[in-house]
Design a protein around this ligand. Structure first.
Ligand code: 13P
Ligand code: SF4
Length: 308
């Protein structure tokens, strides 16, 4: 339920963003009201491309820190604001530059593919980035006999490896929210809703991905649910996506695989913080130029490989 206070905040946000020409980009895991007033809502790949194509010189990114950082890396002449710079992704922070250095020492001809859920310093030492929407497409284009270190999400890595029947070296990390979902959860939801299709994010464990009718990014799930003839879907990712799927498919039934599929960092972004950020132009996100230049190569390569 939207409160009168929320409505006032949204009106004020819309007024100020128009007055100051600020483009708001949000992720599907943000709160419903944030998705409703953003100029653009997308998965992490689409958010990065939207930042590059932003019609405004100032961008506010409603998402966790690596999403704002990606925008800052790709848009050095634009001001990128984060309404809550402390909102982060624990999985992204689990890998260190020393892990990459060790791999490079052991495999001088190897390639490092980093999920976009990484800090700028990791992107800077990676050969190419990927997101859940393009990881298969990108790795498919890499030389077949080359050793690949896929960081940091071993579940996404596992999914890519099984799709391409190619072995990858993984880093032992994963998303605490997605990895909580078990095979038993899906069996239970399917028993309760036998006609529902199962849509799974590839950050889930392989046993769960194996039970899916569709595996893909948040934007992929939204697109799949819109074109599928099914009238019910079991959603196996963070619950925020339910709002956008519901808006696009008002007659379809959505069942979240578990009630606790909530990313607390994403939910730490609020209308109040966005309004403060727009009024005070806070907090600008910057990346040291030597890191930014190297990280931009890995991100631009991702965009090039996923567009062809
Ligand atoms: P998407 O790129 O699929 O939106 O995923 C981002 C993310 O953080 C998933 O947990
Ligand atoms: Fe990170 Fe998981 Fe939150 Fe996505 S849902 S931002 S992977 S903690």
């Amino acid at each position: 339920m939207r409160t009168a206070e929320d409505r006032l905040l949204m009106e004020e946000i819309i007024r100020i963003k128009q007055e100051k020409s600020i483009y708001i980009i949000a992720h599907y895991y943000t709160k419903n009201e944030i998705q409703d007033m953003a100029d653009f809502v997308g998965d992490s790949y689409a958010m990065a491309v939207a930042a590059k194509n932003s019609p405004c010189d100032t961008i506010l990114v409603a998402g966790v820190d690596f999403m704002a950082e990606s925008a800052a890396i790709l848009c050095p002449t634009k001001m990128v604001l984060s309404p809550e710079p402390k909102a982060t992704c624990p999985m992204a922070n689990s890998v260190e530059v020393s892990h990459v250095s060790k791999f490079r020492q052991e495999h001088p001809d190897g390639l490092v593919v980093s999920y976009v859920n990484t800090p700028a310093a990791i992107k800077a030492v990676s050969d190419i980035c990927c997101t859940s929407s393009n990881a298969v497409k990108i790795i498919e284009k890499l030389p077949p006999d080359t050793k690949i270190f896929f960081i940091p999400d071993q579940n996404l890595g596992n999914y890519v490896a099984s799709e391409l029947k190619r072995s990858l070296e993984f880093f032992p990390s994963g998303c605490p929210i997605h990895t909580a979902v078990t095979r038993e959860d899906i069996l239970q939801r399917k028993a309760e809703h036998p006609s529902a299709q199962v849509l799974v994010h590839p950050e889930c464990i392989p046993e769960v991905a194996a039970m899916a009718d569709y595996v893909g990014s948040t934007a992929g799930m939204l697109a799949y649910s819109s074109k599928s003839a099914a009238d019910a879907f079991i959603i196996v990712t963070e619950g925020g996506i339910m709002h956008s799927i519901n808006k696009a498919n008002p007659g379809k039934k959505l069942i979240l695989a578990r009630e606790d599929l909530v990313c607390p960092d994403m939910k730490d972004i609020t209308l109040e913080k966005i309004l403060y950020s727009l009024i005070n132009l806070q907090t600008p996100i910057t990346v040291a130029e030597d890191i930014r230049v190297k990280a931009a190569i890995a991100l631009e390569k991702m965009i090039e490989y996923s567009s062809n």
